[in-house]
Design a protein around this ligand. Sequence first.
Ligand code: NAI
Length: 312
Amino acid sequence: MSVAVITGAGGGLGKAYATFFASRGAKVVVNDLGGSFKGEGNSTKAADVVVNEIKAAGGEAVANYDSVADGDKIIETAIKAFGRIDILINNAGILRDVSFKNMTDADWDLIMTVHVKGAYKCARAAWPYFRKQKYGRIINTASAAGLFGNFGQANYSAAKLAMVGFTETLAKEGAKYNIVCNVIAPIAASRMTETVMPPEILENLKPDWVVPLVAVLVHKDNTSENGSIFEAGGGHVAKFRWERSSGLLLKADESYTASAIIKQWSKVSDFSNPQYPSGVNDFVGLLEESMKLGPSPQGEKIDFTGRVALVT
Ligand code: NAI
């Protein structure tokens, strides 16, 4: 028997995960604060509707109406109702889209609270259970906006890319306890996207089409995909990874100047021989190599006397 906690499961993607897991025999905590997509208000209705739907179909579920900012209470609901937790899907989310020029501290803070603190609080409360039972599966939810940036979403983009670093660290710390953590950047029709995409595209972006990837990643048999980043939606699944140019290596001495870098700038951004780093360790080798090099050839000295700083 598996117990799954799904945050923001009163609608959209969260509802699709909740009904799927329940249909496959998991006991589900359906968490939802029940507010607007901008994070205003709250209601018990969103979670209740999904719980009733699951029960009507013969599944087992309980509702939780707390904000993910109080994630410990959500995990407590799982422990009280079902005695354990196996799967955590950090899915709850809101938007506060506004140009950066007009962004207020409140726009920034609320997005950080729901997405970053919310994912942290839920994972932190689940962690001791996962470690003790040497088993846990976590999905965090990023976004294309986090990977690439998007107009009007400086707050949301920052919060969503935070999910990548968070996931990569939990994956590293959890591996020896069979705690597997991955992050997805979904794309699906929901109240969040219904105003920004045309209906004919939305028709092909059912939240249900994100569920299969999540099912694969949180399955007990998945131990190899850990700390990975995926894009999923509309029948498409793809993996992301970091790519680094082989780069420019100069001697780290007085000859390591701005003009020396500019002189060979093309090497910095030459991706013809890329590397795919997954940790910081390989950097040590570069330091050793740098020490063996001779002084760097200099270009023209740059100065800051004018408005444009870099002149070669
Ligand atoms: P949605 O608005 O349908 O679902 C989000 C749910 O989270 C709502 O039911 C809402 O009431 C709940 N929620 C909001 N704040 C909460 C809080 N503090 N505590 C508990 N529940 C809360 O949106 P959708 O599209 O299903 O989004 C799910 C996740 O996927 C979000 O994290 C979103 O940022 C992310 N995402 C969605 C994309 C899409 O194409 N739909 C694209 C990229 C990311």
